[in-house]
Design a protein around this ligand. Sequence first.
Ligand code: PCP
Length: 385
Amino acid sequence: MPQIATWEQVKEGLISDIYFDRTKKILEAKGIDLHVSVEFMAHKLPSDWNWAVFAGLDECTEILKDLPVEVRAMKEGTIFNTQQPVMEISGKYLDFGKHETALLGLICQASGIATMAARCKKAAGKKEVISFGARRMHPTIAPLIERNAYIGGCDGVSAIAGARTIGKDPVGTMPHALILLIGDTVKATKAFDEVIEPKVRRVSLIDTFNDEKFEAINVANELGERLYAVRLDTPSSRRGSFEEIMREVRWELDIRGHKDIKILLSGGINEKSIKSFNKIADAYGVGTAISNAPVVDYSMDIIEVDGHPLSKRGKMSGRKSVFRCKECFNTRVSVKNETAGNCSCGGAEEELLVPLISNGNIKYTLPDPSQIRDFVLGQMDKVAM
Ligand code: PCP
């Protein structure tokens, strides 16, 4: 029996923590039906992150659009930092409070994956980063993983359903299984070239049986310019200096006139290894580092009750605005009724928390994954790792 909830169960609040259910019962029994505003904010970010990508808004909208609430939110893909509210919901607590569990889950995981993808892509620069990590997580969330890996900056994704979610062809190479069953790397690569439709890039996996240097020479001699790349997925027991192996492969390909055959790396690749390999590698298949990225630890907190600022200790009460300078990216949080002004650098500010839902209407056309990805990548030069 699959251990998953249906989207209907999510929308009904059946995955919510039981105390929200009990809170609803108590408030109803006591006739307490107050209007509140809540905000979603991260108080800290994972690891050494000093920024993150806001993601998961698309699915939150699916839940919120049918509720009698007003929602303001950053656009999906906005780079944010701690203490900056990314979303705000206003309405009767009894109408939406029970969805806290689902709403947090939707943005915590999506934002973590999108941020890690952005960090890997920033480290890779113009070199390709492909999401290879669907296999590391529960299969039902493969579309979620691949969508957020893509909007964070990955150039392609390997899981079929994930690629469909972003409207792209899946991107892949070949598994060790193909080579083991055919019994030889060159023969397997030739078989791939004979059988698979021509539009698919020919990438030969060269670490199954023999030394990568000689396998690279063999497949390059066999396929020549039909070969797009060789993939090194060298097991840790044989890696030694992965960089030296790559350097040798590059050298041997180049002196034989195969300068156009690229080197794709996979197996334990993350933002740090991309940084160290980026001088030689041309592309990366990143699995676990992205699909199992740390979640962004948002919380949903009441900040106004019945029109008056009120919040728990550790939170600043009152509805807020988040202003960002269009020139220098400087970002500040203020009380909501302030208007955007000019930054000290002279640049004009813009409000990041914009109306998303009002009276059941979605206030703007939600961008598609490619547009969000462009938005994320367009902000990358404003942030440092
Ligand atoms: C792995 C497979 C994954 C890659 C490495 C991601 O190789 O290619 O896509 O690994 P990561 O999670 O450490 O980043 P294998 O496990 O050898 O699988 P296959 O033979 O199918 O390539």
